[in-house]
Design a protein around this ligand. Sequence first.
Ligand SMILES: Cc1cc2nc3c(=O)[nH]c(=O)nc-3n(C[C@H](O)[C@H](O)[C@H](O)COP(=O)(O)O)c2cc1C
Ligand SMILES: CCCCCCC(=O)C(=O)O
Length: 388
Amino acid sequence: MENIGNKIQFDIYSTMHSPDPERLPVILEDWEKLAREKLADGPYYYIAGGAGGEHTMRENLKAFTDVKIVPRMLRDVDKRDLSINLFGDIFPSPVLHAPIGVQSIIHKDGEIGSALACAELGVPYIASSASTVPMEKIAEAMGDAPRWFQLYWSRDPDITASFLKRAEASGYSAIVVTLDTPMMAWREYDLKNVYLPFLAGEGVGNYFTDPAFQAKLEKNPQEDPQAAIMHWTKVFGNTSLSWKDIAFLREHTNLPIILKGILHPDDAKLAMEQGVDGIIVSNHGGRQVDGAIGALDALPEIVDVVEGNIPVLMDSGIRRGSDIIKAIALGAEGVLIGRPLMYGLAVAGQRGVKEVLQHMLADLDITMGLAGQSSVSRLDNSILRKSE
Ligand SMILES: Cc1cc2nc3c(=O)[nH]c(=O)nc-3n(C[C@H](O)[C@H](O)[C@H](O)COP(=O)(O)O)c2cc1C
Ligand SMILES: CCCCCCC(=O)C(=O)O
């Protein structure tokens, strides 16, 4: 992905004399505005909304604004390298597609559209347990393109074991275990709109096709979808888990295990004690604990306790290339992009996701060069200042 920024910038300017009538937005906020125009209240607020009073959602963005980049000059940035190495795989950039469930509520392309956009760019796609399309179908569409599977750890251990087995069998190369959502948070917009897509049979594709899930039903989900949905509400999450249970995951998969939703340095230590392979610093985009610390604010202390022993990734609030630089310079090895890609999907399906990703990578490449940095893997906090 050498100098992707200059190429994309040139492609855009070169349309000066032949404007594209199908032109999509460049300004990130315009994607969200267009998504708002296209979507009904239920699906729009499901994506855009957060928990409680959305304090943490705002805090995520503020945390990035409070950190400033101090550019360096005359450092030969002619060739820039955005690539990273994670768990032995080289990826073209430090960007991954965050796990996002129920994408069918915003565009018919849904998860397959997002996964294909990622495949076109070599961006790893993290398929959610709460996808409408089952993991095998996403894998089939992606061919050899990089993909990880995100596990929602079910109350039924047979389902959890089955998901891990299916993910491994269909070519996912890592398991992201999301710890911050053992149950749905207090999401005021969804409650106001009386909108929970799972109850309408969206986002349950992995469960309805799962042999362990089906085994506990009297009729198969096609015959009696309501009974299957009711069963899903009982088994989806597991509020009784504790750190010792990580051993269960290790027994059921040989893939790298990455814990998502870590915000406290003591939890990062516990994760390492349990022998996990990586962690993702995240507050789920402010969708779970309102009042939680901004994810970028949590990152440095976690990086300190991890001491480079396992990779630390982060998400929650990444909106532009400069945000990626800040997260990496503070010690993240990669970042996950969430809502911006969903606005792209809502507006223009697969093409929208691809375009949002391309613009973000172009912005990253150009901003890095202008800041005097030629390699993502050599970014460090010497180029940052925190404003009080
Ligand atoms: C509509 C929506 C659905 C999500 N679904 C999942 C999911 O299924 N699994 C998961 O681990 N995280 C899920 N997340 C959280 C994202 O993976 C990520 O942590 C979050 O979007 C980051 O915040 P940001 O989008 O504001 O940057 C979801 C987020 C959104 C917006
Ligand atoms: C019952 C909770 C399901 C949540 C699955 C999707 C998700 O993670 C989200 O943030 O929304």
